[in-house]
Design a protein around this ligand. Structure first.
Ligand code: URA
Length: 191
């Protein structure tokens, strides 16, 4: 019998024991990400918070609920099938910003995830992921609203859902616009 191993799950198993940086000494567990290798959309956030560290899932809580709802409404994808990951896989203590050395240590995991999944669209949420993947210091307010060619994919930078929750209806409308753009790029690629 031939056993087919899902490369995404195999990668997750390898990452589970990661000790490449100091965050491995304070985390509860590695928050590798959800989804599977066939997802046409990869969402990239910043880093797990307390709830994610405890549950092992990215984007749990209110910002995750908003993210998944808008993905479902604006792309037609089942959010449960989407691949959702973070730049940094372990919770920084007190939810401080990830340090450059931590981002550098974790980067190979993100690169491998993106290579295995090979999505049509990468949706970066917030300054942190958008700046990192686009290689710029420009802020999300100026970056968002359009797509960028990125490797073999389209990269769509947008607001972080936590910022959308704080930003009221105008922020929600911008977020919806960007996720809709991701949806039309997905539909165009599927046509
Ligand atoms: N914010 C993020 O960027 N990622 C999470 O997983 C949770 C909150």
């Amino acid at each position: 019998m031939r056993v087919v191993v899902d490369a995404f799950l195999e990668l997750r198993d390898r990452a589970a024991g990661c000790t490449r940086c100091e965050l491995s000494t304070t985390r509860t567990q590695v928050v590798f990400g959800t989804g599977h290798r066939d997802s046409p959309l990869v969402v990239v956030g910043e880093a797990p918070g307390e709830q994610e560290d405890l549950s092992g899932e990215p984007f749990v809580g209110r910002s995750g609920t908003l993210l998944r709802r808008v993905i479902g409404e604006e792309t037609g994808l089942d959010p449960a099938d989407c691949c959702i990951v973070n730049v940094v896989k372990c919770r920084p203590p007190q939810n401080r910003d990830p340090r450059p050395a931590e981002v550098a240590a974790c980067r190979p995991w993100l690169d491998e995830q993106l290579e295995v999944v090979s999505p049509t669209v990468v949706l970066t949420v917030g300054n942190f992921a958008s700046r990192l993947l686009l290689g710029t210091r420009e802020g999300i307010t100026r970056l968002r609203g359009r797509s960028y060619p990125w490797r073999d994919a389209h990269l769509v930078p947008t607001l972080h859902p936590a910022a959308v929750l704080r930003g009221g209806s105008a922020a929600l409308e911008r977020f919806r616009h960007d996720v809709r753009l991701a949806g039309s790029l997905l539909a165009g690629a599927a046509a």
